[in-house]
Design a protein around this ligand. Structure first.
Ligand code: SF4
Ligand code: SF4
Length: 298
């Protein structure tokens, strides 16, 4: 099994458009939308629902009225302000358990609660796993790990050799959970100073975990000078630049229609470049698999 994660240092760089297009060019793979705080790949790929399940990833405190002696210790010790008048305010409870520890009457118990849902869709291009975290819930890294495990399981059960991951933006816990154990990261960036800065952080993260990373600059022609600078920075770091995706108004049209770009505009400049990039990185990821490539960040 080969796992490829498409990542971006920041949101709005065209990552999901790239993933949907690459999936469109594939015969059969498993898609994993790991952007659990804003999963939107399913809007483009669509499909028939195969599995829907609750995700229980959050502990919440519950006070038993029958045992509570109304001493107020739990409220005083809850730094999240999640207890009022001997009742827990669910949305504020972080599940730290401090109230349970200080309660002299054994009136507090911790319950594992539903904090999101996990879905498996059967799309034209293979199964797709995605998840939705309930508003206000944390632990998105744990949910990403669950999505990844399900995707790996489907890869084995359905006999599909590639897992393509649509990662979350940034370099936090969900991003780390998305890239752990992958064979290759494709970083999508844009020619802006913030895009460059966030790309460098993503490259550092990949370096830290010794994961090969390559870069594609989206809408490169909006600022050719800065694109050149980003590519030069990548080269200095030993990071391969695999493509330049041009600005293409068809991308917005396809997004509005909620279809993968190549399904509506197969000969558009961005679609053709994404096809070329996908062929290159898919082959490259398989060749590099297990080679332990370490980036040169000296
Ligand atoms: S578990 Fe922690 S956050 Fe939740 S009510 Fe108890 S002390 Fe407050
Ligand atoms: S610490 Fe226990 S007994 Fe005291 S108010 Fe809280 S739940 Fe009730």
């Amino acid at each position: 099994m080969t796992r490829i994660a498409v990542m971006s240092g920041k949101g709005g760089t065209g990552k999901t458009t790239a993933v949907a297009s690459m999936a469109w060019y594939s015969e059969g793979l498993v898609l994993a939308d790991c952007d659990v705080d804003a999963a939107n790949l399913a809007l483009t790929m669509r499909g028939r629902l195969r599995i829907k399940d609750d995700y229980r990833g959050a502990f919440k405190a519950v006070i038993d009225d029958r045992l509570c002696v109304e001493c107020g210790k739990c409220e005083v010790n809850c730094v999240f302000g999640a207890i009022s008048e001997f009742q827990v305010i669910d949305i504020r409870c972080e599940g730290c358990g401090a109230c349970k520890v200080v309660c002299p009457a054994g009136a507090v118990r911790m319950e594992l609660r539903k904090s999101g849902e996990v879905f498996v869709l059967d799309t034209d291009r293979g199964p797709m796993v995605y998840a939705e975290l309930q508003p206000g819930e944390s632990n998105s890294g744990k949910l990403v790990t669950m999505v990844r495990r399900l995707a790996d399981g489907l890869s084995e059960s359905d006999g599909l050799d590639t897992v393509l991951i649509d990662g979350p933006p940034g370099t936090g816990c969900p991003a780390i959970a998305s890239i752990t154990g992958v064979d290759l990261i494709l970083a999508i960036t844009e020619p802006s100073r913030s895009g460059e800065h966030d790309l460098m952080r993503l490259i550092e993260l990949a370096h830290h975990f010794s994961i090969p990373i390559c870069v594609a600059v989206n809408k490169w022609d909006l600022h050719p000078g800065l694109t050149g600078e980003i590519e030069e920075s990548c080269r200095r770091l030993g990071v391969m630049v695999v493509g330049r995706i041009p600005y293409d108004p068809n991308v917005n049209k396809a997004m509005k229609a909620m279809h993968p770009l190549p399904s509506l505009f197969p000969n558009s400049p961005a679609a053709l470049e994404l096809h070329r990039i996908w062929k290159e990185i898919r082959t490259g990821a398989m060749e590099r698999k297990g080679s332990g490539v370490v980036l040169n960040l000296e």
